[in-house]
Design a protein around this ligand. Structure first.
Ligand code: SF4
Length: 351
């Protein structure tokens, strides 16, 4: 039965991102997770609804607005994906990578573990990524490296996800050396594009255009060093350009499944982004876009609780949404004008 379902039009996706939890053991200064109305784990039974529809999907990325290692079913989820021959990865703050956990992840042949960083010294990283401890994270990654060596396995690949801020860019210079030491394969940098606090505006590169040249030359230098070390170093333009309103995310070949099973194009449209409100119990979270607070506009095209992922992906309204953002699609200008509210106030469409 599973094989038949696989063949029946499973979307050909680069990846499916699954929010396995919206709980976290940290409280990073830039992250909306502490404000979330609902903090919960995705039940294993709900996750299983996805399995028949992973047919042509390359990678399953177990990540949303939370720390994946908190979900006790994470290992079972990884196993299910591996049994289907899928590549599996997730991003973590690295605090829970103890020996027992690392051994399980290695034995399951987890493909990717990406560790979030906001500096490469305890002072900087711990100040921004509150509730985490840089020294502990590095110790855990050294343990991972030792266990991989003992077991003579390449699994998992270690990646770093570095959030670039005005106050931590200088430390990024040391990241190539750190990657070499820990056996990491890549560093992917990101801008602060989802700003929940006015105090963070001066930290976001794109609001300080005069700094652009300096940031870009630092990044070019690091990219050159990474190339010499055969390390993948990816970074967006620190000052996004004004461009046509296509999304810079890979939304035409990927989707996000929220902790409650809602299917959205990206994490910024996820219905998880709700906060407590004394009158209505919950309301969409707000973020700052071009100096003013705007609400998030949750966007779900269906729920895997009662619909197939293939069916949701092929819905007309979801197809239309993708077409709006597809740079290769030939649609009239009027189509581009009807940008959903969620995207109209998103920096990702201008990067
Ligand atoms: S423009 Fe922003 S909100 Fe719209 S799909 Fe892309 S990342 Fe999501």
């Amino acid at each position: 039965m599973t094989k038949i379902l696989d063949r029946l039009g499973s979307p050909e996706l680069d990846w499916i991102q699954v929010e396995v939890t919206s709980r976290c053991n940290a409280a990073c200064s830039y992250c909306p997770q502490p404000l979330l109305y609902k903090k919960e784990h995705m039940p294993l039974e709900l996750f299983k609804n996805l399995i028949p529809f992973l047919g042509y999907t390359n990678l399953v990325y177990l990540q949303g607005w939370g720390e994946p290692l908190l979900n006790p079913d994470l290992f079972a989820m990884i196993r299910l994906c591996k049994e289907k021959g899928k590549r599996v990865g997730f991003t973590t703050n690295g605090m829970l990578l103890n020996k027992k956990t690392v051994l399980k992840l290695v034995d399951l042949e987890t493909d990717i573990i990406s560790v979030s960083l906001a500096g490469i010294t305890p002072e900087t990283h711990n100040r921004i990524r509150k509730g985490t401890d840089f020294t502990k994270v590095i110790e855990n990654l050294e343990l991972l490296q030792r266990i991989k060596l003992q077991k003579r396995t390449p699994f998992p690949d270690l990646h770093f996800a570095y959030l670039m801020l005005v106050s931590n860019l200088h430390e990024l210079k040391g990241a190539v050396e750190m990657c070499k030491r820990l056996g990491a394969k890549q560093i992917v940098c990101s801008n602060l594009t989802f700003i929940i606090d006015e105090a963070l505006c001066p930290e976001a590169f794109f609001v300080r255009e005069e700094e652009r040249k300096r940031f870009t030359s630092v990044l070019d230098e690091i990219a050159e060093e990474a190339r010499r070390e055969n390390l993948l170093f990816a970074f967006p333009n620190p000052v996004p350009q004004k461009q046509p309103a296509n999304c810079s995310e890979n939304i035409c070949s990927s989707c996000v499944v929220s902790v409650t099973g809602e299917v959205s194009p990206c994490v910024f449209t996820s219905p998880t982004l709700l906060q407590a409100d004394s009158l209505t119990r919950c309301k969409p979270l707000s973020h700052i876009y071009q100096n003013i607070f705007v609400p998030c506009y949750p966007l779900s095209f269906g729920n895997i609780t009662n619909e197939s992922l293939t069916g949701i992906w092929n819905k007309k309204k979801y197809q239309r949404f993708r077409k709006i953002h597809d740079p290769d699609a030939t649609i009239p200008d009027t189509g581009r004008m009807s940008l959903p509210q969620s995207c109209a106030s998103c920096y990702k469409k201008e990067a």
